[in-house]
Design a binder for this molecule. Structure first.
Ligand SMILES: Nc1ncnc2c1ncn2[C@@H]1O[C@H](COP(=O)(O)OP(=O)(O)OP(=O)(O)O)[C@@H](O)[C@H]1O
Length: 748
């Protein structure tokens, strides 16, 4: 009986004849069918008798073997002699079809653990076709008793066929589960596939040359790294990481990890599975600083406070643990912005991770589907992203109780946790309601993450969330590849634009960057100006439709526009690694905001510029913006968020508002002090603000390179000394700078 098992193509056929596999006990045969460009078919049978394991495994077939796509059984002595296979001309476009001949073969027989390269000895990629894909897919749909698997598959079917590799038991020699049967029924049904000399690296459906009964997908080393494939691998580990919140043995002290603390750097039983997950699902070769410790703390079910710099890789710290453990349940992720949420969701979905959101952007049917899945006894969702407003809604609380009662609620993750604090730069009243989680589910851990927390904000976050026995993962906020510079902003708006244009066109004419502006109008004017001078520029602000914003963000991320002129609507979570510059056309409202926004630059570690144009006259405008956002806070409407609003808080709204205004004044005050400081290294000033000590950069900031003259930035010869404990004193109106500004014109 002949059974089509797999089809593969190799880059050149003369390489193929040298391929072999190294199993010494498998006893069956291979045949190869070669088809050249003119359509002539030659077939050669490889018999597997005297098998040897002495051969170093390093070729394409072994690669297939490793990934369970191919049986083994070819050894050097069974190489296809060039004569026997006839007209094999590697330069021709050709097809190779590999068939297994013989019965009683378990699938896959065995994984060769020694194999670790995904390429052949010449560094070439391999492309594998799995003809049983369609068959397996349709059969799975008929298996209602395995809803968990079905969910995983349905999640990944369209996106990544490798997630649909069969999931066999490995040690039982003859199994009769449906997966194997599916493969075995593929008798003689060999699909022909057109092959290029250059292997396509993107996953996409291939055009079948003749028969179109099977939809095939290319599997390659990129999309093999995905959740389902990894899931298949880890079945053997079956790690039970426990489900209980672990605050029993540590008293009220916190464990702090920055460096040298061994508690969470030591070996854990899940080390291997965590590393493999990092590699296979997320595609990372290693962990960044303190990521591993953060993951260990989270997997130990501790309350964990993670404070890493911008671009430090905080997302992985909570996304990876959500996938670990045989009883990994649902992780609730609080995220402040829909755009940020959407970004993480699409990244995770592209990796095949079962992740969902409940937000106002969902259609009714999508929402229904997510609700159904959350109520499913075998709920497959690992990460559920919601805004804080959604979280505090009673319908969502009901769902949480339901999931918890089934034992599937895992932990609460609060991203951008500084938004909890009234002293944080992005305070959101609804974040305060997250304390509900500890009250409702005292047995579950809480994880908080931020890149911009002063000591005071950190304390506030921890107490608001009622975190206990906390593991603190804290690393320096220093971004040593960023060059900070403050320039005095001319009152002549045209000259600022000219200056910006000269800088970009001279230094980064083809690179990506962001220009932060105070108002939507500024965004448009600056964008228009730069475009008219030939730069690929667009503008982005909250007044645009969500679909436009998504499109613009994609365009910028993919390099169709180089420079984006934006309000703060474009900020947290923006992750384009080769952003070479961030320009502030107007002073930001706080040092935290400045650190966040400049943190978009240089995420690939390359030197990048952060230029801030400072003018004391802009403070008038900022005052208006802040008053405007206070007004919105007062109304308890957070228009850029979700449509669910929290109940009134217990606190007096007037009091809250007053406090907020005072805090904001302080924050702006600090920002102004930073700008007008003409002596201190910018990096030292920034880090000092976050209670960190550091040495002067000497070469990476304006103050170190060429200190300003004292009067240049502080303008102390003027009557209106607005910096240094700046507070909102009425200032003389400078009509020129704000005449076009109305409340409707601003963005927050
Ligand atoms: N271990 C790793 N190896 C390689 N790349 C990584 C690793 N961890 C994270 N990254 C990448 O680093 C980038 C930044 O990560 P992430 O967005 O999580 O940073 P962040 O700490 O949340 O930053 P921010 O607070 O500025 O948004 C992402 O593109 C991510 O894929």
């Amino acid at each position: 009986m002949i059974r089509a098992l797999s089809k593969c193509k190799v880059l050149s056929l003369d390489k193929f004849k040298r391929y072999y596999c190294t199993d010494n006990f498998i006893d069956y045969e291979w045949s190869t069918t070669f088809k050249n460009k003119s359509g002539k078919i030659k077939k050669s049978v490889l018999t597997g008798q005297d098998r040897s394991s002495s051969v170093k495994p390093s070729n394409n077939l072994e690669f297939l073997n490793k990934h369970g796509l191919l049986m083994k059984g070819i050894i050097p002595s069974e190489q296809v002699p060039i004569e026997s296979s006839g007209i094999i001309d590697p330069s021709l476009e050709s097809t190779i079809i590999i068939e297994r001949i013989g019965d009683d073969i378990d699938y896959p027989i065995k994984k060769l653990d020694t194999l670790n390269n995904l390429y052949d000895e010449n560094g070439d990629n391999v492309v594998v076709m799995d003809p049983s894909f369609e068959k397996k897919k349709s059969t799975r749909k008929k298996k209602p008793k395995e809803p968990k698997e079905e969910n995983v598959y349905s999640e990944t079917t369209e996106l990544s066929a490798p997630g649909d590799q069969p999931k066999p038991k490995r040690k039982t020699p003859k199994r009769k589960d449906t997966t194997v049967d599916n493969l075995q029924v593929k008798e003689s049904k060999i699909e022909e596939v057109k092959i290029d000399q250059t292997p396509p690296l993107d996953m996409k459906p291939l055009k079948l040359k003749k028969k179109k009964t099977v939809v095939d997908y290319i599997i390659n080393s990129d999309n093999i790294k995905n959740y389902s494939n990894w899931l298949y691998q880890i079945k053997e580990y079956n790690i039970d990481i426990g489900s209980n919140y672990n605050n029993s043995n540590s008293k009220e002290e916190e464990v702090s990890i920055s460096s040298g603390n061994e508690s969470y750097s030591k070996q854990f039983e899940w080390d291997r599975v965590v590393s493999e997950c990092n590699k296979m699902v997320f595609g990372n070769d290693s962990f960044r600083r303190l990521q591993k410790e953060a993951i260990n703390a989270i997997l130990s079910n501790k309350d964990t406070f993670i404070s890493l710099p911008t671009g430090g890789g905080k997302s992985l710290c909570f996304q990876l643990p959500a996938l670990i453990g045989k009883d990994a349940g649902v992780n609730i992720v609080i995220s402040p912005l829909l755009a940020l949420m959407q970004d993480q969701l699409s990244k995770l979905k592209s990796l095949g991770v079962p992740v969902e959101t409940l937000n106002s952007q969902l259609s009714i049917s999508e929402r229904k589907r997510v609700f159904q899945e959350l109520n499913n006894i075998n709920c497959s969702i690992k990460l559920l992203y919601v805004t804080p407003e959604r979280f505090s809604g009673s319908d969502f609380q009901e769902i949480l109780v339901n999931i918890h009662d089934r034992g599937q609620l895992k932990r609460l993750i609060v991203d951008e946790a500084h938004s909890i604090s009234e002293w944080g730069h992005d305070f959101r009243p609804s974040y305060r309601r997250l304390s509900l989680f500890r009250k409702q589910f005292p047995g579950l851990p809480i994880v908080a993450l931020t890149a911009t927390a002063t000591d005071r904000v950190e304390k506030d976050i921890k107490s608001s969330l009622q975190m206990r026995s906390i593991v603190n993962i804290r690393s320096s906020f220093m971004r040593s590849n960023l060059i900070y510079q403050v320039r005095l902003k001319s009152q002549d708006s045209q000259s600022v634009l000219t200056d910006i244009y000269a800088y970009i066109s001279k230094k980064y004419p083809k690179e990506s960057g962001i220009i932060y502006c105070a108002t939507t109008k500024d965004c448009e004017i600056i964008s228009e100006y730069l475009s008219s001078r030939g730069l690929d520029t667009c503008f982005y602000h909250a007044s645009l439709k969500p679909s436009q914003r998504i499109q613009l963000q994609n365009d910028w991320t993919e390099g169709r526009f180089k420079v984006v002129c934006t309000t703060i609507a474009f900020g947290m979570g923006i992750d384009k690694s080769n952003t070479r510059f961030v320009i502030h056309h107007t002073i930001p409202q706080s040092i935290e905001a400045y650190y966040q926004q400049t943190g978009r630059a240089g995420r690939d570690g390359q030197t990048s510029d952060c230029i801030l144009y400072y003018s004391k006259f802009d403070l008038i405008l900022l005052k208006k913006l802040m008053a405007n956002s206070d007004k919105r806070t007062k109304l308890s409407k957070e228009p850029f968020q979700d449509e669910v609003y929290p109940d009134e808080t217990d606190e007096d709204p007037e009091e809250i508002l007053k406090q907020l205004q005072a805090n904001k004044n302080d924050m702006l005050d600090n920002m102004v002090s930073f700008c007008v400081n003409t002596k201190e290294c910018r990096r030292v000033s920034l880090l000092k603000y976050f209670s960190e000590q550091s040495k002067p950069c000497k070469t990476n900031c304006d103050n170190c390179i060429s200190p300003h003259l004292p009067h240049e930035l502080d303008q102390s010869n003027t009557q209106e000394r607005v910096y240094s404990r700046f507070s909102y004193q009425p200032m003389k109106k400078k009509k020129k700078s704000n005449k076009n500004i109305s409340y409707d014109d601003v963005d927050d």
